[in-house]
Design a binder for this molecule. Structure first.
Ligand code: NDP
Length: 446
């Protein structure tokens, strides 16, 4: 992979057309040249795209279409996490300040109380096949269920190695759903193919199976198949974690343990009662889960979709965690679907994902799910502990002030000085940071 040189990026008056025929067939160097022209990029800006070394650029070129570079995000380590008696260093890729500090702090509290307990289901995923024009829905259901073994055998023929590993298609259900248009329209007939995807997230292999069995579904029940794809509501693949903390050991932030516990219980009630609050509550949970998902090469959009759909499973959006008081202990629980993989997708291809998984030190995808669930619960504990007492702004603003100082141009030792003065003045704005920086850099009077 080549390097950006200054003469390759002479920038004429750029045209902003998004029509770039044949872009995907060009080499990385050709794409950079085109980008410099189209995007009005300076040589410095272009160098940001190739901040990684050549092997990594080759990898991204294989991973996605029209690749032009790498977008780096900070990678940090969540500390203190103990799950089922095992310690894990948690690699987290995240741009938001305070997330890693929060997970580390809450994990420390839980660690001192014995650590997280967690469990996870097997990797059972759902493939959906939509059948229309089938005539009598009950008759179609009976015919499909009568052909179940034939359908499962056909599904497994598309991935025999999965079955050999102990997984594969193992059950089939037929669901008849009311038509969204009203009682006079054809009800929806959806076949659910249940597949144990073992150590893989499983989207691709399920989609292959769902497409593969479609002709037999049509043959058995009549009608026409439309969609054939996995469901991201992976509710057969749940992970759970819990923690139990003596109330006294919650004391901190200038507040007694009892008061902190009460604040957490109030936060939990609020999220159970109000979807507006539950959305923010769950965003906090996903702060941790997404960060470790990115660091380990997972499809975090799939995880997000599954988590929020599961949060709505009772017909009303609710929190993914729950906090109660039991025998003088604050007890937290989380349950959510986690479709993760140790193989498949880009996991084996992306060197960062491999590094992340090595750091995490898990040997099975179920163990990975348990760690993810514990991270989500830790993140939530830190958030509700602060929200139910002193609020989160105190911690957030210190980190925000660092970003503001850097945005204003502070570097090295100046960053801390600018942050301190911004915090003292209570005005954390870029303009204020620029003024402080200018005063720090002004020559001393003779
Ligand atoms: P792959 O298509 O890469 O399949 C995983 C493969 O890994 C299996 O087919 C299997 O092949 C191999 N494998 C090796 N060892 C094992 C093992 N122990 N257990 C299971 N499989 C093993 O990935 P997935 O099917 O997991 O699909 C994930 C990808 O799909 C992600 O990139 C995701 O972003 C994407 N995706 C997501 C969608 C969604 O969420 N809606 C939709 C479409 C795609 P073999 O048996 O031949 O060795």
């Amino acid at each position: 992979m080549g390097e950006v040189n200054d003469e390759s990026v002479q920038v004429p008056s750029a045209t902003r057309s998004s029509r770039l025929p044949g872009f995907h067939r060009r080499s990385m160097e050709e794409r950079w040249r085109e980008l410099a022209l189209r995007g009005d990029l300076t040589p410095e800006e272009l160098r940001v795209l190739c901040a990684m070394d050549a092997p990594h650029l080759d990898v991204v070129n294989q991973m996605i279409e029209n690749a032009v570079g790498v977008f780096a995000l900070p990678l940090g380590l969540g500390l203190n996490l103990t799950v089922n008696g095992r310690d894990h260093l948690v690699p987290m890729v995240v741009e938001e300040p305070s997330v890693i500090a929060a997970v580390s702090l809450a994990s420390k509290l839980v660690r001192e109380a014995g650590g997280f307990l967690a469990e996870a289901n097997t990797s059972m995923m759902i493939g959906q096949v939509q059948l229309t024009g089938y005539g009598d829905p009950e008759l179609a259901r009976v015919r499909l269920l009568a052909g179940k073994e034939q359908l499962l055998a056909l599904a497994n023929s598309f991935h025999p190695s999965l079955e050999k590993r102990g997984g594969g298609a193992c059950d089939l259900q037929v669901r008849i759903l009311p038509a969204p248009e009203g009682p006079h329209a054809e009800p929806l007939l959806i076949v659910h193919l249940l597949v144990d995807t073992q150590e893989a997230m499983g989207a691709n292999l399920i989609n292959t199976m769902a497409e593969g069995i479609a002709p037999l579904v049509e043959q058995l029940a009549g009608g026409r198949v439309y969609l054939r794809i996995l469901s991201n509501l992976a509710d057969q693949r749940l992970a759970r974690a819990s923690c139990r903390i003596p109330v006294a050991s919650l004391a901190g932030l200038g507040t007694s343990g009892q008061d902190i516990a009460e604040g957490i219980l109030q936060a939990s009630r609020f999220a159970r009662a109000d979807p507006y609050r539950a959305a923010t509550h769950n965003k906090g949970v996903m702060n941790g889960i997404d960060a470790v998902a990115i660091a380990t090469g997972q499809d975090w959009r799939a995880i997000e979709a599954g988590a929020h759909a599961y949060a709505c499973r009772d017909g009303r959006y609710g929190p993914l965690t729950n906090w109660t008081m039991e025998d003088g202990h604050l007890v937290g629980r989380i349950e959510l679907p986690l479709a993760l993989g140790l193989v498949g997708g880009s996991i084996k291809v992306h060197p960062g994902a491999q590094l992340g998984l090595k750091l995490l030190g898990v040997s099975t995808v179920r163990e990975l799910s348990m760690v993810f669930a514990a991270v989500g619960l830790a993140q939530n504990l830190a958030a509700v502990r602060a929200l139910g007492s002193v609020g989160i702004q105190q911690g957030h603003m210190a980190m925000h002030a660092r970003c503001v100082a850097v945005t204003a141009g502070a570097r090295g030792a100046d960053v801390e000085k600018v942050v301190r003065l911004l915090m003292e003045r209570g005005n954390i704005k870029v303009e204020a940071a620029r003024e402080i920086l200018a005063s720090l850099q002004a020559p001393l009077p003779p």
